[in-house]
Design a protein around this ligand. Structure first.
Ligand SMILES: O=C(O)CCC(=O)C(=O)O
Length: 301
């Protein structure tokens, strides 16, 4: 495991994204792989789990079009499992313990780090779905500048199997409406504007795609516009995204789009985000802090 450099920190500030090659060691990645397998073999009806094949009829009934043409006949699944870390002690240990929270504190120049939650992304072989360009902010019940997403691949990733792309500098854009991940159509009820058609005009934007491999992480500011290519290869592409909050982040419930798992019964709009749902995990004066409200960690998947 290594520290980040000043150059990497400045790159994040300037572009809203930084690729950190070789940050995590084999042991950490091996434990995350085991946790991924455990989550995928759990009873998905008890998780916040979406398989886009299953919800395709619903997406089509809403009038939305997929950003990837011809995807309905693709054989593989694209699945997202969100905010289930408290059901899997292995995930809690990896995401709330060393080394990521302290590294992220350094990157965002924050004295404290709270954990908002994680998402598992599985693009099975020949799943084809592009991840539509989007910003993360509108999906989350928080607001603030020190808010980032850490994307961790568990497979070698290139252009044909779900490579992540980022619009450089878009962390300073205004925030646009959340969409359904595989379509550009905004969720109904969002007061925010629709993102432009970036998939249809990639050449007009300053987009950087990063090939990546296990051990690398890519950190983006939560307002940075990003998406991913489809998986036309014969290998699955597995990844986790982690969402960390720094010391300027405040609670703000948004209309319509967020999962119940991203809400707090104890926080009011404007409160600093620190609660059992979004626990403090690292502080400059205390080091690593076991998540508050540890009880939910013991519940079964
Ligand atoms: O892995 C993907 O395809 C998308 C990931 C993503 O959108 C995110 O981490 O916010």
């Amino acid at each position: 495991m290594r520290d980040i450099t000043e150059e990497e920190r400045q790159h994040y500030d300037r572009h809203g994204v930084v690729h950190l090659p070789g940050l995590l060691d084999e042991d950490w990645i091996g434990r995350l792989e085991a946790a991924f397998a455990e989550e995928m073999s759990a009873d998905q009806a008890r998780l916040n789990f979406v398989d886009f094949k299953v919800i395709t009829p619903m997406i089509k009934a809403s009038g939305a079009e997929f950003v990837t043409p011809g995807v309905e006949s693709a054989t593989g699944r694209f699945c997202i499992s969100s905010f289930n870390w408290h059901r899997f002690p292995a995930l809690a240990t990896l995401f709330c313990g060393p080394p990521l929270p302290e590294i992220i504190a350094g990157l965002m120049r924050s004295n404290r780090i709270n954990f908002y939650g994680e998402q598992l992304f599985l693009k099975e072989a020949e799943s084809l779905h592009r991840t539509a360009f989007h910003q993360d902010v509108p999906y989350f019940n928080v607001t603030g500048d020190k808010f980032c997403t850490v994307w961790i691949p568990l497979d070698v990733v290139g252009v044909d199997n779900g490579m992540m792309g980022y619009v450089r500098g878009s962390h300073r854009w205004r925030t646009h409406a959340a969409s359904g991940f595989v379509t550009q159509m905004p969720f109904p009820g969002s007061p925010l504007p629709k993102l432009p058609d970036i998939e249809g005009a990639e050449g007009e934007y300053d987009i950087v795609y990063y090939p990546a491999q296990p051990g690398d992480v890519i950190v983006h500011h939560a307002n940075t516009v990003h998406g991913a290519t489809g998986n036309s290869s014969s290998q699955d592409r597995r990844a986790y995204s982690l969402h960390y909050l720094g010391d300027d982040v405040r609670y703000r419930e948004r209309e319509g789009v967020t999962l119940d798992a991203g809400k707090s019964p104890s926080l009011k709009n404007g409160d600093l985000v620190d609660s059992a749902e979004f626990p403090l995990v690292w502080a400059s004066d205390e080091g690593y802090v076991a998540p508050m409200g540890a009880d939910p960690l013991s519940s079964d998947p």
